[in-house]
Design a protein. Structure first.
Length: 250
């Protein structure tokens, strides 16, 4: 196992559950100290922090609404207790389904604020420090919903498509300063967020997936780890679809 993450500081939004938690534990197992946010479930956050510490690494956490600039600033201040932030994984998000006939402006704004504006706030809260240090690795989380039609997720798919464009543009802007940013677009992953879909929809998605199953948080954590590592040193601005073959980008 490499030691490139040893004693590095990783900030993970949405790190108490699902993909964020799996990523936190994967990187902690390779020597990283972890700062992470959670939305409302302090119990889950404490459990995750305890699991990180059981691996011999430091862990701090903070409640955070990623759409709130003050919350993001507080989260970054908490993370800096561990040292300069070397890596950011932005996985904090919300998902729901809504038919176009009942998609309200309120729900549209909430979805855009959390999933897209939240990405901007998290990245822009750490990018200047990374640029000054001439080192930083960032991974954003989009979704395959951004890459194919989703008639019941117009709001969510639009926000996640914005994350891909945001990542691409930031990559070109940050590259001269040795700061890389890439994106992962997961397919249907076995997390609580996936449970917003009705069982019959989940069954249909699995049937349409060439690998014939849901993905696991640990599998996405492995993709994220690759994009943070120097194994992907010549990649920036790219979106990797990890969808069991349901989406295949050229």
């Amino acid at each position: 196992m490499t030691t490139e993450f040893a004693n590095r500081v990783v900030l993970i939004t949405g790190g108490s559950r699902g993909i964020g938690r799996a990523t936190a534990l994967r990187l902690a197992s390779e020597g990283a100290d972890i700062a992470f946010s959670y939305a409302t479930r302090a119990g889950d956050a404490e459990e995750t922090a305890a699991a990180i510490r059981a691996l011999g690494r430091r862990a701090v956490c903070s409640p955070c609404n990623v759409a709130n600039p003050d919350d993001i600033r507080r989260l970054v201040d908490v993370a800096r207790q561990l040292g300069p932030i070397d890596y950011l994984v932005h996985s904090g998000a919300i998902s729901n389904i809504q038919d176009h006939s009942t998609l309200s402006l309120e729900l549209w704004r909430e979805t855009i604020d959390v999933n897209l504006t939240g990405t901007y706030l998290a990245v822009f809260a750490v990018k200047d420090e990374m640029i000054q240090r001439r080192f930083g690795r960032i991974v954003t989380l989009s979704s395959v919903a951004a890459l194919r039609p989703r008639q019941m997720q117009i709001h969510y798919a639009s926000a996640k498509a914005g994350v891909i464009a945001f990542t691409r543009c930031c990559a070109e802007a940050f590259a001269p300063h040795n700061v890389r940013i890439n994106c992962v677009a997961p397919g249907l992953i076995d997390t609580e967020m996936a449970r917003v879909l009705p069982p019959e929809t989940m069954k249909s998605v699995v049937e349409q997936t060439p690998l014939g199953r849901l993905g696991t948080p640990e599998e996405i954590a492995s993709v994220i780890r690759f994009l943070l590592s120097e194994e992907s040193s010549f990649m920036t601005g790219h979106t990797l679809a990890a969808s069991g073959g349901r989406i295949m980008l050229p």
